[in-house]
Ligand binder design. Structure first.
Ligand code: AHR
Length: 517
């Protein structure tokens, strides 16, 4: 009898059993999804900078000041909002004065953090900041507090930001740059609990107080946004101690690092097992489960922040995230080169949805890393490049940058693997300046498609368009021989009538739905 009544209700409401019903609401409090959630990271690690982004002025590969033109174009197409540099772990070994002045006179250094090879410092502060200008992206510099000094960081700030006369501004002019660059984002160390100095939170809090008091706006005309080196994953005590001990006037944001892996805790000291392309269904499930765990982690860090910062003045900056698998066989150890499959597209889509949905606190995020390292956007080999599945996700999601967050209500079906289950559908939505809505929808389930129904009667939607990123097999990926196996295509298999939008989202696929007013 109950079943019969359910059928009647469904028929009346134009719903089919098993459909996931989505309701969009405009929240009372206006929250903007900061464009900086869509930020990237370029570390002196493996082939990210050298033999990646930077090939040198004399390369036969077309370049602007040594930076590949194809990479510049690809990053511009993403509307890249900010770029973090020079590390990562490398940052706490980096002495910026080694990387300025005539290139021939710059000293070579050993990259102790990554791979132990020498690099000639031909990509330094000017090269990075000029690249950011070319990309129209905001630079984000991670300052060295591990092997550097307070004076060195003060000098770097003055060199990059000071307009008037001063020793560092004059040195900049001597190096052919009259006007300062606008560097707002400054990380105060990196992973100071690990590769950045193995500090305790109490020790780092004090060190942070010292450094940040000298990273002031007083010597410059424009603002500095100081980011305290935050916790890895579930280390909630780190956030607690920092927020308890750092005066509010010294901090604009605290960071969080979290990597996705099928195999438990990882990091700079320990490379995980497992391959980016040869993986089982179980590996897929475990990796996706690990990726979406970031939501619980973000919520718990935010609840600690709410305790110490009731007015929500301090931002959460997830300045390293992404998938981390074992290095590709045949590549150099500690260069962290890995391929990128549709699994990574799922990770990117779900994680960015989670950031969007917590946009009231999460203001900046940086995928690790832009080129040839970990969950890269772009892979290079001589004159060729590949845009990875992750790249295509960022391109679709760029529409959320600086848009208004919408509330999306739905009950996700489950995605099961043996006795374990997680939510199959992950989504976020925003409204652009013209009033159009954009919903990014991910079906993490690798076996089942899911029926969806968007009830839009309250929103006077006139038209719909849907783009999709998907593939036949879970380990499909783009290669230098076939670089368009995974790409964005139009999805036409939907019904839009009587203010209802319905379709089936295929397994392991990601959609960007545009609801046009
Ligand atoms: O992104 C690779 C490394 O991961 C970074 O250098 C470090 O900060 C983290 O452990």
């Amino acid at each position: 009898m109950r079943f019969f009544i359910l059928i009647l209700i469904c028929l009346y409401a134009n719903i089919s059993i098993g459909q996931t019903i989505f309701n969009i609401q405009i929240p009372e409090k206006k929250i903007i999804i900061s464009k900086h959630i869509y930020g990237h990271f370029a570390e002196h690690l493996g082939r990210c900078i050298y033999d990646g982004i930077y090939v040198g002025e004399n390369s036969k590969i077309p370049n602007i000041n040594g930076v590949r033109i194809d990479i510049i174009k690809a990053l511009k197409d993403l509307k890249i909002p900010n770029l973090r540099w020079p590390g990562g772990c490398f940052a706490d070994y980096y002495h910026w004065k080694d990387g300025i002045g005539p290139k021939k006179e710059r000293p070579s250094i050993v990259n102790i953090a990554w791979g132990g090879e020498s690099e000639d410092n031909s990509f330094g502060t000017h090269d990075f900041l000029n690249l950011c200008e070319e990309l129209k992206t905001e630079p984000f510099i991670s300052a060295n507090i591990g092997t550097g000094s307070v004076k060195e960081v003060m000098d770097w700030i003055q060199y990059t930001k000071h307009e008037g006369n001063s020793p560092m501004a004059d040195l900049r002019r001597k190096n052919d740059r009259e006007l300062p660059w606008d560097v707002k984002f400054w990380g105060v160390g990196n992973e100071t609990w690990g590769c950045g100095g193995m500090m305790t939170p109490e020790f780092y809090s004090n060190k942070y107080r010292l450094y940040s008091s000298f990273m002031t706006n007083r010597q410059n005309n424009n603002k500095i946004y100081r980011i305290a080196a935050g916790a890895y994953g579930e280390n909630y005590n780190w956030t607690e101690v920092l927020l308890k001990n750092i005066p509010k006037k010294l901090i604009e944001a605290i960071s969080l690092h979290y990597y996705t892996t099928a195999f438990g805790v990882i990091g700079a000291e320990k490379n995980p097992p497992g391959s980016a392309i040869d993986f089982s269904e179980k590996d897929y499930f475990m990796t996706i489960k690990s990726a979406i765990k970031i939501e619980e982690i973000i919520k718990k860090h935010i609840s600690i922040m709410d305790k110490y910062d009731k007015d929500q003045k301090i931002d959460l900056v997830v300045d390293e995230w992404g998938s981390w698998y074992g290095e590709e066989i045949g590549t150099k150890p500690r260069f962290l080169f890995q391929q990128n499959t549709i699994r990574d597209a799922m990770i990117a889509g779900a994680t960015l949805n989670i950031f969007n949905n917590h946009a009231n606190r999460v203001k900046i995020a940086n995928l690790a890393q832009a080129v040839n390292v970990l969950q890269a956007l772009i892979l290079t080999k001589d004159e060729k490049i590949i845009l990875t599945p992750t790249y295509h996700v960022f391109k679709l999601y760029s529409i959320h940058q600086d848009a208004q967050l919408l509330d999306l209500k739905f009950d996700s079906p489950v995605y099961k693997y043996k006795s374990e289950s997680i939510k199959a559908i992950n989504a976020s939505a925003s409204r652009d300046k013209d009033g159009n809505y954009h919903v990014s929808l991910v079906n993490l389930d690798n076996k089942n498609s899911h029926e969806t129904l968007f009830k839009l009667s309250k929103h006077s939607i006139k038209n719909v368009s849907i783009k999709i990123v998907t593939s036949k097999k879970l380990n499909d990926h783009n290669t230098f021989e076939r670089n368009d196996l995974i790409k964005t295509t139009s999805f036409k298999d939907f019904i839009f009538s009587n203010s209802n939008l319905s379709f089936k989202i295929p397994p392991h696929s990601l959609m960007l739905i545009k609801l046009i007013k």
